[in-house]
Structures are given as structure tokens and as C-alpha cells.
Design a protein around this ligand. Structure first.
Ligand code: ADP
Ligand code: ADP
Ligand code: ZN
Length: 215
């Protein structure tokens, strides 16, 4: 099964990806996580991406497509995968189509998160994650059961992203509308697009997604 999550920054893609991965036992591929991993590892890609990401702009299609090609060839992707944050431009979508065609695979569904821009700033400014296992939280909307302790692994260390500040968020939203929103008609024309209401409670969004996938 090959799924794509499409929506602006803060729409809830990462939150839902963890649940989809669990239920369908497919790999979760977040290009943002891959890039942050490259930065932490100090690779050439990481060096090139860091300032672009902190400014809220998109990393070049070349770099991203290479990362995805490499990652989707790994053994854990054999049974399928979930793309979170990719594709983000029409050029990336075309490169993905080409890659899938070469492998004789196809996209099962593209899930669009419909959200109001106004809610996204609040979602992103309250976002943090466990520094040990990466589980995602929110100051208001998704607190750990016990304050300061990760539900998933018990860690007490958390971190916030360096690009989750208001300036970068505005640039990221503009990039979404200009460069990523054209993917909606692109996938609608291919009859692959399924839209869910991303403004609901986290569990309600999950229910809608499972229904769309299960048909
Ligand atoms: P994305 O991966 O699309 O950028 P996230 O999944 O990281 O978005 O969600 C952004 C923030 O909003 C996180 O802190 C998350 O806990 C919170 N969040 C996610 N989905 C919802 C929702 N349906 N309602 C309220 N808050 C949410
Ligand atoms: P969010 O869902 O909050 O926008 P991501 O973690 O998906 O955050 O992405 C963080 C940053 O990584 C983006 O602002 C962009 O600079 C870069 N990035 C991630 N995925 C892509 C992509 N497919 N194409 C170009 N840049 C990307
Ligand atoms: Zn944890």
C-alpha cells in the first residue's frame, strides 16, 4: 500500500502518520524527518538544507527526490509506505510517478487534510516532541498523560523545532499555497484524492482516514 498525506504545515500529518503506520504496518517516510536527520548527522545534504529549512522555504527538488528514491528502496518499504511531506511540488509528484512506474507500483490514496490557515499558527507554535522517541505533543491539544513524561517511552527530554517560529511558519504557509496546493487538482484528476476534515479532534480525523483507506 502506498499512501500520501497532503496538507499545510501543522495540519496533523505527522500525528496521523504514526497511527496509520501502526494500523497498516507500513513504513512512515517523512521528508522533513529525513532532512532533520541529515542535519543532525552533519551530511552534505544536511548542510545545504539547514538554512533553507530555517527560513521556511522548500529544499530543492533534486535533493528531495534523491532522498526519497533511496529511502523507498529500503527493505522496510517492500510492503508499502506512507509519504508525509512529499511530494510538495508538481515536479516532485512527476518524479514520484516516474519512480513508481519503473517499479510497477501505484499510489493507493492521497489524503488531503482540509484545515483553516488561522488554526495552523497555534498548532505549530504549541508543537513539541519527545527527544528520545520522536512522539509528537502539543501544549494544549495533545499533552502527555503525565506532565513532562513521554507516554510512549517515559523520557523526560523534549524538543521544539528551530523552524516552528512565526516568521518561518508564514513563509511555509505561503510555500504551501504557491507550490504544493497545485497537487490537489493534479491528484484529483487521477481520481486518487480523498479529503478529510483536519479541523476535528485528533481521534475523529483518524476515524475519517481509516474509513477512506478501507473504502
Ligand atoms: P504536520 O505534520 O502536518 O506539520 P503535526 O502532526 O505535527 O502536523 O501537528 C501539529 C501540532 O498540532 C502538533 O503539536 C499536534 O499535536 C497538534 N495536532 C495535530 N492534529 C491535531 C488536531 N486534529 N487538533 C488539534 N491539534 C492537533
Ligand atoms: P511541516 O509539515 O511542519 O511543514 P516538515 O517536517 O514536513 O514540516 O518539513 C520541514 C521543512 O523541510 C520544510 O519547511 C522544507 O524546508 C523541508 N522539506 C520537507 N519536505 C520537503 C519536500 N518534499 N520538498 C522540499 N522541502 C521539503
Ligand atoms: Zn518518547
Amino acid at each position: 500500500m502506498i499512501l500520501i498525506l497532503l496538507g499545510p504545515p501543522g495540519a496533523g500529518k505527522g500525528t496521523q502518520a504514526a497511527r496509520i503506520k501502526e494500523r497498516y504496518q507500513i513504513a512512515h517516510l517523512s521528508t522533513g524527518d529525513m532532512l532533520r536527520g541529515a542535519i543532525a548527522a552533519g551530511t552534505e545534504v544536511g548542510k545545504q538544507a539547514k538554512s533553507v529549512m530555517d527560513a521556511g522555504k522548500l529544499v530543492s527538488d533534486d535533493i528531495i527526490v534523491r532522498l526519497v528514491e533511496e529511502r523507498t528502496s529500503a527493505a522496510d518499504c517492500a510492503k508499502g509506505y506512507l509519504l508525509d511531506g512529499f511530494p510538495r511540488t508538481v515536479a516532485q509528484a512527476e518524479a514520484l510517478d516516474e519512480l513508481l512506474q519503473r517499479k510497477g507500483q501505484k499510489i493507493d490514496a492521497v489524503i488531503e487534510f482540509a484545515v483553516d490557515d488561522d488554526a495552523l499558527i497555534e498548532r505549530i507554535s504549541g508543537r513539541y516532541s519527545c527527544a528520545t522517541c520522536g512522539a509528537g505533543y502539543h501544549d494544549r491539544f495533545q499533552k502527555p498523560k503525565q506532565e513532562g513524561v513521554c507516554d510512549n517511552c517515559g523520557s523526560t527530554e523534549f524538543s521544539r523545532r528551530s523552524d516552528d517560529h512565526a516568521d518561518a511558519v508564514r513563509t511555509r504557509l505561503a510555500a504551501y499555497h504557491e507550490q504544493t496546493a497545485p497537487l490537489l487538482p493534479y491528484y484529483r484528476d487521477k481520481d486518487a484524492l480523498k479529503t478529510v476534515d483536519g479541523m476535528g479532534e485528533i481521534d475523529a480525523v483518524t476515524d475519517q482516514i481509516f474509513k477512506e483507506i478501507d473504502g
